[in-house]
Design a protein around this ligand. Structure first.
Ligand code: BV8
Ligand code: ZN
Length: 242
């Protein structure tokens, strides 16, 4: 199906849908200048997320992990939402049932105004005490290393889901509910490699949704979805608004 027909099909589906769910990955923030994890510019200051975004790395040397997160916080603090983020805020207002599931920890969906949102891998602007479990927002640039809890003095960690860690039950439940009840699932800017988000396309398809992928490159999701559009999110996503 050529591009115009695909876009017409998606807009028609959105025009008649009652429930729309969106899953985003690093590709939607790439157009805001936030590096992605994999692919050409996919590096965070020469570290691979799989090496540092783990509880083992933090247990071994919390200061190195915090240095890495400080570098990322400083970089992300200079970035702003792009037209794709704002198009999703617009989309949220148009449907009685809308939910946005993001793998991104950069906080740009919230900054753009998205409210019906699950940040399933956490948020780089939140910290969690390893002793008392308290979660706070923290926007210090840089955060003093090693940061300690104001309530109990315990060591603070980023409130982020690392590799090998379970996602929050509430986020998973909300995500599976949104995937099971939508007529359209839009998958935007993700390489479809990281689980459990990588399994969301088949979950929604099995529940009868029309699944759309918008991404720069083909991914494992490309075989599963109903239609796939290759392009930059900031150009393609606003085109889909009914
Ligand atoms: C868990 C926080 C279990 C860190 C992140 C098989 C089955 C089940 C699990 C596993 C499995 N094999 C391995 C696992 C474990 C692991 C996993 O999936 N590993 C992968 C590598 C195979 N999963 C986990 O560990 C998860 N937990 O399974 O728990 C469990 C259960 C009970 C008890 C204990 C444990 C936790 C996963 C969360 C990891 N944390 N982030 C941090 O960010 O600091 S993941 C990290 O990757 C980021 O969050 C990122 O969002 C995520 C996914 O990456 P993408 O967003 O897709 O980004 P990527 O760069 O890969 O791709 C960008 C895409 O955009 C590209 O395709 C590119 O073409 C495109 N693009 C670029 N520019 C643009 C664009 N598109 C459009 N426009 C553009 N301009
Ligand atoms: Zn504490």
């Amino acid at each position: 199906m050529q591009r115009e027909r695909i876009i017409r099909e998606i807009r028609t589906r959105l025009a008649t849908a009652r429930g729309v769910t969106v899953l985003t990955g690093a590709g939607i923030s790439a157009d805001s200048g936030v590096p992605t994890f994999r692919g050409a510019d996919g590096l965070w200051r020469n570290f691979r997320a799989e090496d540092l975004a783990t509880p083992e790395a933090f247990a071994r040397d919390p200061c190195v992990v915090w240095e890495w997160y400080n570098w990322r916080r400083e970089l992300i603090a200079t970035k702003s939402p792009n037209p794709a983020h704002y198009a999703l805020v617009d989309l949220e207002k148009r449907f009685e049932r809308f939910w946005l599931i993001t793998q991104n920890v950069d906080g740009l969906h919230g900054a753009a105004g998205s409210q019906k949102l699950s940040e399933i891998h956490g948020n780089i602007w939140k910290v969690r005490c390893t002793r008392c479990g308290r979660v706070d927002e923290n926007r210090e640039l840089p955060i003093a290393i090693p940061p300690s809890c104001a309530a109990c003095g315990g060591l603070l960690r980023p409130h982020i889901v690392w590799f090998g860690e379970a996602l929050a039950t509430e986020d998973l439940n909300r995500s599976y509910e949104a995937l099971g009840r939508c007529e359209v699932l839009l998958i935007i800017g993700t390489s479809g490699i990281v689980y459990p988000a990588a399994s969301f396309a088949p979950v929604a398809k099995a529940a009868g949704a029309f699944v759309v992928e918008i991404n720069l490159d083909a991914t494992p999701n490309t075989q599963v979805v109903d239609v796939s559009l290759q392009g930059r999110t900031k150009d393609v996503v606003p085109e889909l608004l009914p």
